[in-house]
Design a binder for this molecule. Structure first.
Ligand code: ZN
Length: 223
């Protein structure tokens, strides 16, 4: 998400959720003050672009990468799945076709100057529900990479693509932004969940990994 105006909009939308996350006894990761993992934003199709963050329905996260995704970006997504999320409780699997159990459908295209280099959405048609934490889970989430030239910097080199892949995949499992007040005072430590930093941190912070492992159970049969 590039322009400041959008950042402010997202920040304002996040305020009530941040306050909720501070209520003791919630799933928020109180060990470090980060609100951790959860769903946020209504998946209102009228938003431009339509976007919302949902959690996965379980620990196995199946990702289908559409042929519209350029090779360099597809490679970054696969590498992030194994390198960034592989060490967590999540089991990330690339799918060669969309099935009923697909969690994420990755697409790329020139979507115009819509304010976002990448975003995630749970369309009304997707299988979805509410889990025991009160979060919206969603399968068939859409992950879009915007190839509009405005956002060229976000895909211009391997580091930027790695950042984008790690960041947007994080949203598909419910990770929120760091360094995006009022979520936190600032990115004291590097994480790909910082917003708006092409060529920014390419990896998850260990607190992100702790959040993931607190939220998602290790699958009983992982492979
Ligand atoms: Zn983001």
């Amino acid at each position: 998400m590039k322009p400041m105006s959008l950042k402010r909009v997202v920040s304002s939308l996040l305020l009530p959720i941040m306050l909720l996350a501070l209520v003791p006894g919630t799933v928020s990761a109180e060990h470090h003050g980060n609100p951790g993992i959860g769903s946020f934003l209504d998946c209102d199709p009228a938003l431009v672009p339509p976007r919302c963050v949902s959690v996965g329905n379980d620990s196995i996260h199946r990702v289908y990468i559409d042929p519209s995704v350029p090779n360099g970006i597809a490679w970054a997504v696969r590498r992030s799945m194994s390198g960034d999320y592989g060490p967590t409780h999540l089991v990330m699997r690339v799918q060669s076709r969309i099935t009923r159990r697909t969690d994420v459908i990755v697409r790329a295209g020139n979507y115009g100057q819509n304010g976002a280099a990448g975003w995630v959405w749970c369309p009304p048609s997707s299988p979805q529900g509410v889990n025991g934490h009160g979060d919206r889970w969603c399968r068939h989430q859409r992950l879009f990479f915007n190839l509009n030239p405005t956002y060229r910097a976000f895909f211009a080199d391997r580091g930027s693509r790695a950042y984008m892949a790690c960041h947007e995949l994080g949203h598909t499992i419910g990770l929120r932004h760091w360094g995006n007040p009022p979520i936190s005072d600032g990115p004291a430590r590097p994480t790909c969940m910082q917003p708006d930093v092409p060529n920014g941190p390419t990896d998850l912070h260990r607190w992100d990994i702790e959040d993931i492992n607190m939220y998602y159970a290790l699958p009983a049969t992982s492979l």
